[in-house]
Design a protein around this ligand. Structure first.
Ligand code: SAM
Length: 271
């Protein structure tokens, strides 16, 4: 009797694992999804797994959601293991192209308000890692990105250019413990969240506020940015970004806000 139940249980777990693996593989077949952190794929799947849809429809809807969070900014030509020239990629990637002519202005506006040398944690970095030459000297840079290929090309760029103070980690922003342990190891921490909070909200509503709260004990400054026009269709967003002012933990104050090249920035400082 005992063995019978055990065998059934084993079969049940094996079957479900095979199913899960198959679903996962189907979802991540496209090159842009192929190296996403698994937790992001699972979070997207959770939106549809219990809906009254066929398996194929669930997979398609999951892919569409992942597309909104990740892929629509990154064309396949950036997903190659090769050395990219920094200005070339910054000018061409949809997230950085409008910012390209303004990097010095943006970073000097941010850093003119801060004293000392900082460790920048660029969360959801995309290809912004290629902008490190515009940061003040002695800044340490740590990029975090869920698309494995983007994290890899950032690492290649740092290595080729002997930028020993710069790192990139292939992690999801939902892997909070790992992110916190990275931040904890450093001092004078400044977190960039450039045009990434919308993506997090697509996968988990309310996560931005939670993330800010959880990171806040280990962070001295946050710089948050939002696109004021859609990155793809370039239409004005009819959304109010002021919710960010209420989303911040009480220990932080708004130090500055400005808009440059269709991007709105908010700088928050620990009191
Ligand atoms: C609009 S792009 C902005 C890229 C960069 N911050 C910039 O402004 O140039 C959003 C980026 O966030 C990344 N991203 C979205 N959700 C993420 C998550 N859960 N974990 C890590 N990265 C994420 C995407 O892959 C993409 O590279």
């Amino acid at each position: 009797m005992f063995w019978c139940i055990l065998v059934k249980l084993l079969r049940f777990t094996m079957f479900n694992k095979i199913m899960d693996k198959e679903i996962y593989e189907k979802i991540t077949k496209r090159k842009q999804f192929s190296q996403l952190r698994k937790i992001d794929v699972e979070l997207a799947w959770e939106h549809f797994e219990n809906k009254q849809l066929s398996l194929e429809e669930k997979i398609k809807s999951t892919r569409n959601l992942l597309g909104k969070s990740f892929v629509m900014f990154t064309s396949k030509r950036f997903l190659k293991d090769k050395v990219f020239e920094a200005d070339w990629i910054l000018k061409r990637h949809s997230s950085t192209s409008e910012r390209f002519d303004h990097y010095s202005e943006i970073y000097s506006r941010i850093f003119s308000r801060l004293k000392g040398n900082f460790t920048v944690f660029d969360l959801g970095a995309g290809v912004n890692a290629f902008s490190v030459k515009y940061l003040p000297p002695k800044t340490k840079y740590i990029g975090v990105e869920s698309i494995g290929q983007l994290s890899k090309i950032s690492k290649i760029y740092f290595k080729e250019n002997k930028l020993n103070n710069m790192e990139s980690y292939h992690l999801s922003l939902f892997e909070l413990d790992k992110i916190i342990s990275l931040i904890k190891k450093n001092k004078n921490n400044l977190v960039f969240l450039f045009k990434v909070l919308d993506s997090l909200e697509f996968l988990k509503k309310g996560y931005s506020k939670f993330l800010l709260k959880e990171l806040s004990p280990y962070v001295d400054f946050f710089v948050i940015s939002f696109a004021m026009k859609s990155l793809v269709k370039k239409r004005d967003f009819k959304v109010d970004r002021r919710w960010i002012l209420d989303a911040f933990p009480k220990e932080f104050v708004l130090l500055d806000q400005f808009e440059i090249a269709n991007e709105k920035y908010f700088i928050f400082s620990k009191k």
